[in-house]
Write a protein that binds this ligand. Structure first.
Ligand code: IPE
Ligand code: IPE
Ligand code: MG
Length: 229
């Protein structure tokens, strides 16, 4: 199973407590660590965490810089945990648009964990669904592909992590009912789950609740359910 999470509400969590937004991101990082651990313990195979969108650069440099610093700290600090739990780290998004030290940090974490066969954690950083599609099309064209004959499989094969199955469930914290440019191609038939809880308050129980809700859904993929409903 592949779960994607839009980790939203760090700013509101901080605001509610009279704290600055960066405090919210710091607590959000702690929540991300809790959720990765809970997901790994549950035996989840793929977890994509939306950490920073291609549109998040619209924010103040202090905030974007702080988030990038947290990502670096996270990747470095958790290496032992990944090793112990056989967690493989991957990146989705435009690495060329990241600060070079952050891009290098992710590349190192991905290389150091690429043989691990436990859960795969895909960090969506400087990620946009539209941007991923544009980069996929450019890759295809660069390969000399006959663009007039392009098929879904060709595009799918040029996405950032083509071997990762499509997300089954996309979860969003902090109550907003929108995709915000997350996994637009891959999420075509993902089940959606929105929780009002701000991301820094998330625990493994919230993730388990989302997965429970998913198990009660009837996925039809455009067809008709086995029971005819
Ligand atoms: C999610 O929290 C983290 C990122 C988008 C990087 P926000 O920072 O968007 O928090 P809100 O939506 O302002 O509460
Ligand atoms: C989506 O949250 C992006 C991430 C969680 C990284 P945003 O806070 O950027 O989304 P909008 O602006 O509310 O749509
Ligand atoms: Mg937000």
């Amino acid at each position: 199973m592949h779960v994607g999470i839009i980790m939203d509400g760090n700013g509101r969590w901080a605001q509610q407590r009279g704290l600055i937004r960066t405090q919210g991101h710091l607590e959000g990082l702690k929540a991300a660590k809790r959720i990765v651990k809970a997901a790994s313990d549950m035996g989840l195979q793929y977890l994509t965490l939306y950490a920073f969108s291609t549109e998040n650069w619209k924010r103040a440099a202090e905030e974007t810089g702080f988030i990038m610093g947290l990502v670096k700290q996270y990747l470095r600090g958790e290496m032992n945990f990944y090793r112990q739990n056989h967690i493989r780290i991957r990146h989705a998004g435009d690495a060329a648009g990241l600060p070079p030290d952050i891009a290098a940090e992710i590349a190192t974490a991905a290389a150091d964990t690429k043989e691990f066969s436990g859960m795969q954690v895909i960090l969506a950083l400087n990620y946009g669904g539209r941007d991923e599609l544009v980069r996929a099309v450019r890759r295809l064209a660069g390969q000399g592909h006959d663009m007039a004959a392009v098929a879904e499989e060709d595009i799918a094969a040029c996405m950032d992590n083509p071997d990762v199955p499509d997300p089954d469930l996309i979860v969003r914290s902090a109550g907003e009912y929108r995709m915000s440019n997350f996994l637009l191609w891959e999420g075509a038939y993902a089940e959606l789950y929105v929780s009002a809880k701000f991301w820094p308050d998330w625990t493994g129980e919230d993730l388990a609740g989302a997965i429970d809700a998913y198990r009660n859904r009837s996925r039809r993929f455009g067809g008709i359910a086995a029971n005819g409903g």
